[in-house]
Design a protein around this ligand. Sequence first.
Ligand code: SAH
Length: 233
Amino acid sequence: MLFGASLAMTNACGQQNYDSQRAALVDELRRDSYRAEEYGAPPLSDTVLASIGAVPRHEFVPPGERQYAYGNYPLPIGAGQTISQPYIVALMTDLADVSADEIVLEIGTGSGYQAAVLAGLAKHVYTIEIVEMLGLRAKDDLERLGYDNVTVRIGDGYAGWPDKAPFDAIVVTAAPDAVPQPLVDQLKVGGRMVIPVGPVHAVQTLQLLCKDADGNLEVTDIIPVRFVPLTRD
Ligand code: SAH
């Protein structure tokens, strides 16, 4: 019963019960991921869903947005940017196929939420944000919440992070009109890059790029998406 279900999401004093909201979101993502198969997206793995279930998304959104933190949609985070829709975070994490001994690069820290979801699966996450205010806030939030395997840097992610390369996986959460060559160069053989590619402020294509032993990229188009643009310094 919908009414009863929504009542369970707040306590007697009207406070949000984030744990039950998050559990409901994970169930919704599991169901939706089977529907997304018809568009060519894989069903989400239990490992990725568990990582989504472990990250307090409400801690990564501005206080005024917290009541909406477990809806399956993007939310504003300031500076004209957004925290991505949970399904897209889960899908990109799934495609990145990260394991516990792997090093990940994320471009577009934003709120820090995607980095936190990756941090639950990887050895270390390096993440770059071009807007200083967002990068500093995400760094504080990640530290406060105990994510000690995430390093945040302020800068233009187009150039990647050469000092820490090569990476097992690269997740790009802002859209360039073509895949940045420095990121391709910084991907390990056997590595995966997940990136929305396409025109600014229009529909882009979420692509999965896998690097083979000869350094060639196998490119798979996954689904249409809409991301904020990858800006340049
Ligand atoms: N991953 C984020 C959402 C990203 S929104 C999250 O989980 O909340 C995209 C982010 O990419 C924005 O914060 C934007 O400022 C940032 N961005 C855009 N161009 C960039 C660039 N060239 N280098 C690094 N970050 C960039």
